[in-house]
Design a protein around this ligand. Structure first.
Ligand code: NIG
Ligand code: FE
Length: 410
């Protein structure tokens, strides 16, 4: 047996009564691991003898990043420089920059290049404690490239760094040079989706539903086809305008609605009623210098709140999920406890990792040995400190993904 002794363990497996109860902090506690499972979770003083013992400040469930665009070629640093000089994201996109420029760079990259670039990004995520990640396609926008991206994403799931769930995002933008919206939406539904389904490459279908992207009716058509094909659904909604995406996601029984800067109260009520998780993306609102969504409104409406990196070259070039949690506290008004749950158990729900065979964002005896460790004496430091915290351990299915020596800062 391997034993990890901690100053504090946050199981994130407590009752739903309050975020504090849900965190379920245990001081001077140990986690015992045999194979890929947790076999002991309790006081260190009663812990069974182990072959190997590690000491860590704070142990939590391995973090779950519920929203990434991890597989892409190229960089958008020049575009970023222009945007910070005052040019507008959507105007640049209309002129062939933005997502389309990453699509060109991605199409021009080989599978091996895309895989190596994405592997480096996945290692970076692992260094921040992430052991499960949702990965979208969406920078191919033609049948062959979308399939290539999803195959790379599936391959990333075999590295032992993190569990991977994939989302097909053929409806991320109109492809460069495409003038006929109807034709492209039909291509997504009639050509791309059936191939994705036939090869079993996606667990979920996502659509970018917004002004300048896909309309509500286009989103409805694509997600209905996805549902009919047996896939889960989710969408980017309300990043710039409220098109009614929240109500549509509720109607479809979708897993999550992501971004959410512009969603009205009726939309929030619909999401809450249908159990659609709200995924907050601080990297994107920061980079676009937008007003963040208010956690208060979501909490009041009863919408479960998760947090993702949105790792992508245009609006969120970061793998630092703990930083995103700390920004959700500062910018959007999450409590620290909500932010920790937002990158563990609520994120697992948003991304569709199921407890039985995969990451749950919770620690419990009999559950998967997916956990992370940080050199802090109190998990609250995850919301308090920002930008400095790196995991001193990340373990997936009982194997160490990241081992580092980190000074205890907080
Ligand atoms: O989640 N909102 C749409 N898609 C990405 C940005 C993609 C890009 O600019 O490359 C997002 O923010
Ligand atoms: Fe995104």
């Amino acid at each position: 047996m391997l034993r990890i002794d901690a100053l504090v363990v946050a199981t994130c497996d407590g009752s739903d009564d309050s975020p504090t109860a849900a965190l379920d902090l245990r001081e001077r506690a140990s986690v015992g691991i045999e194979g890929d499972r947790i076999v002991y979770l309790g006081p260190t003083e009663n812990a069974p003898v182990a072959d190997e013992v590690r000491e860590v400040g704070c142990v939590l469930p391995g973090f779950v990043d519920p929203h990434t665009h991890l597989v892409f070629g190229g960089s958008r640093v020049d575009e970023f420089r222009r945007r910070m000089g005052g040019e507008d994201y959507r105007t640049l996109a209309k002129e062939g920059g933005g997502i389309a420029s990453t699509v060109r760079a991605t199409r021009a990259s080989s599978d091996d290049t895309l895989f190596e670039l994405a592997r480096a990004r996945l290692s970076a995520l692992s260094g921040f404690g992430v052991t499960a990640v949702e990965i979208k396609s969406g920078y191919g926008l033609d049948v062959e490239t979308e399939l290539r991206l999803l195959r790379v994403a599936r391959r990333l799931g075999t590295l032992g760094l993190a569990r991977v769930t994939t989302s097909f995002l053929g409806a991320h933008a109109l492809p460069p040079g495409e003038a006929d919206r109807g034709r492209y939406v039909r291509e997504v539904i009639e050509a791309q989706l059936p191939r994705v389904v036939a090869e079993g490459l996606a667990d979920t279908v996502d659509v970018y539903c917004d002004e300048g992207a896909f309309s509500l009716e286009e989103t409805r058509a694509i997600l209905s086809a996805a549902k009919a094909a047996g896939l889960a659904t989710r969408a980017h909604i309300g990043q710039f305008a409220d098109l009614g995406g929240a109500e549509l996601l509720a109607e479809l029984g979708a897993r999550s609605g992501d971004h959410l800067e512009q969603v009205d109260d009726a939309g929030l009520a619909a999401m809450a009623k249908a159990g659609v998780v709200g995924v907050f993306l601080p990297g994107a609102w920061r980079t676009l210098r937008q007003t963040p969504p208010e956690a208060d409104r979501f909490r009041g409406a009863g919408v479960a709140m998760a947090i993702g990196t949105d790792l992508n070259p245009g609006t969120s070039p970061t793998a630092n999920l703990p930083l995103m949690a700390a920004l959700a506290v500062r910018d959007a008004g999450f409590t620290i406890e909500e932010a920790i749950l937002g990158i563990t158990r609520v994120a697992a729900q948003a991304a569709g990792f199921t407890e039985k065979e995969s990451a749950s964002g919770r620690l419990r005896v009999g559950g998967p040995a997916d956990l992370c460790g940080f050199e802090i004496s109190d998990p609250a430091a995850l919301g308090y400190a920002f930008g400095d915290l790196r995991a001193s351990l990340a373990m997936m299915a009982g194997s160490f993904a990241t081992v580092a020596s980190i000074p205890r800062l907080w």
